[in-house]
Structures are given as C-alpha cells and as structure tokens.
Design a protein around this ligand. Structure first.
Ligand SMILES: [Ca+2]
Ligand SMILES: [Ca+2]
Ligand SMILES: [Ca+2]
Ligand SMILES: [Ca+2]
Length: 275
C-alpha cells in the first residue's frame, strides 16, 4: 500500500538520521524567565486566589503567590502557560531535534506527487517533552535544488495535523499535486538552509523572487526565514499545531513535483516550544 511505502521511506531516513544524531544535533533546553518579574502584578483584587477564573483574570491557581506561573494579580507570568479553572500552569520548555546536516538523500525527480504525504520524502524528528501543549513551532530545512518551484514542503505533527510551508513558489497552482508548472527557478544550497516561522517577514511563495535562476535563496538574497505559504496544500500556518501534544515523531516532508531539475535533502530541524 502507498501509505506503508511512505512510512517506510520516513523510517529509512530516520535510520540515517540516527547516526547523525550521535554527533550531537539533539539538544534540550529549559527556557523560562519565569518568576523574576513577569507581567502585570497590578495587585490582588477580590476573587483573585479563590481558584475560579473570573472575567478580569487571565488565570487563578488558587493562591496569590507569584513565581508559579499565575501571579499575585492573577495574570499569567512571562514564560508560562496556564489553562483551566482552577488554573494549572507550567513553564515554557524548548526542544530542538534535528537530522543531518549530511543526509545526502537524493530527492526523486518528478515523483508523481499527488498531494499526499505518502508521495513525499519525509524526515522523522522524534521529540520527547514533559510538556503537553505546543505554544510555537519553527522548522529549518536544508536541501539543494536547481529549480525552487518544483518543491512542496509540509510538516506533519505527532497528532497527524498537516500544514504546508512551501507550495510551488511563484506558481498559482490549480491544486495540490499538479506537475508540469514553471515558477521560480532559483536554487537552494545545503550551505544555506531555510527557516520557516510564522513571524517571518517574507512569505514562502515569494521565495527567490528577487534573484535570477543562477542564484541561491538565502545565500544570494540574504533572506533565510519565511512564513508558510500553503497555496492549495492543507493548513494555514505553524500555529495550526498550537495546543497539540509535542511528543512523538514530527515529519518534515519534501516533494519534487516536476521533471528535469533535481535536488538532495541535507537536513531538517524542528524547534518546539511547549508547556
Ligand atoms: Ca478568581
Ligand atoms: Ca500563583
Ligand atoms: Ca504556489
Ligand atoms: Ca524536478
């Protein structure tokens, strides 16, 4: 079955990645400024600390102590997330997991991409966190390719949510899966990986728009971070993953949807902030 093929592809790549992970690409950091002066201690008001989140409260954890995520004025402290009533709060944690650089995985040319994840090449990124709610996700992809608009890049969360980061740059594609369309012909090079994050100034659809076909994105135009442009692909942005569970295999998937020009996957890295 096609689906099984796709998973096996991802697994094979993960095996390659396992070797690379030994060289220390994985890291895990505790990232909170919590407690030391978070926002808005406007002073306790009646009802703050009673364990019920009322209209004027962002949180209420049943006390009027600061430093535990919900401050003495029932405001959420910087670097924390809170949910529920009474509020349960936790510090933001950051996990960063990568495969490569150096994967050297040839991307099949014109691989009969049909919009499905099974028709893409996927790199699996196993994230393990004690946190349970995603706040923010950022993805870095490193690959070489000689014709940017051949490419579609998607991310799949452990819960199975799919969002599209890049879809045939410079092409108003009629659907997710068409081939034989010519858009931006800029190059990608492994020495200059691309970061996708929601607050980037440039949309991915305009990648390469200021350089000619002999030039490389990021290296020659200095623009290395892009906001997702799903085109006809699924999803809106990386915020689609908010509040999902961060733990499990995230997939970064790439398809080459048109013939002649080719490329090679070099690395992928995901940064997940969650609490
Ligand atoms: Ca209250
Ligand atoms: Ca508190
Ligand atoms: Ca497009
Ligand atoms: Ca191609």
């Amino acid at each position: 079955m096609r689906r099984r093929d796709g998973i096996m592809r991802a697994a094979a790549l993960l095996a390659v990645a396992g070797c690379n992970a030994l060289s220390g690409v994985n890291d895990f950091t505790f990232d909170t400024s919590g407690g030391d002066g978070g926002g808005g201690s406007g002073g306790a008001h009646a009802g703050c600390g009673d364990g019920r989140v009322e209209l004027e409260e962002a949180c209420d954890d049943g006390n009027v102590r600061s430093g535990d995520g919900c401050d003495a004025g029932c405001e959420i402290e910087e670097g924390f997330g809170c949910a529920g009533s009474p509020s349960v709060c936790g510090p933001y944690l950051t996990s960063r997991v990568g495969v490569g650089p150096g994967l050297a995985h040839a991307l099949p040319d014109d691989q009969r991409y049909d919009g499905s994840i099974e028709s893409m090449e996927c790199m699996a990124l196993p994230v393990t966190m004690v946190a349970t709610r995603v706040v923010r996700v950022e993805v870095l992809v490193g690959l070489s390719h000689s014709w940017l608009s051949d490419l579609v890049i998607k991310v799949v969360s452990p819960e199975g949510t799919v969002t599209t980061l890049l879809s045939r740059a410079g092409i108003e594609e009629p659907d997710d899966g068409s081939s034989e369309l010519d858009g931006d012909g800029s190059n990608l090079v492994v020495t200059h990986p691309i970061t996708f994050r929601d607050d980037a100034a440039s949309p991915a659809e305009l990648m390469g728009v200021n350089i000619d076909n002999s030039k490389a994105v990021c290296r020659d135009d200095g623009i290395c971070a892009y906001g997702p442009s799903p085109g006809k692909g699924p999803g809106k942005s990386l915020a689609d993953f908010e509040l999902e569970s961060p733990s499990g295999d995230w997939l970064v998937c790439v398809a080459d949807a048109d013939d002649t020009e080719t490329g090679t996957l070099d690395q992928a890295r995901i940064t997940v902030v969650a609490w």
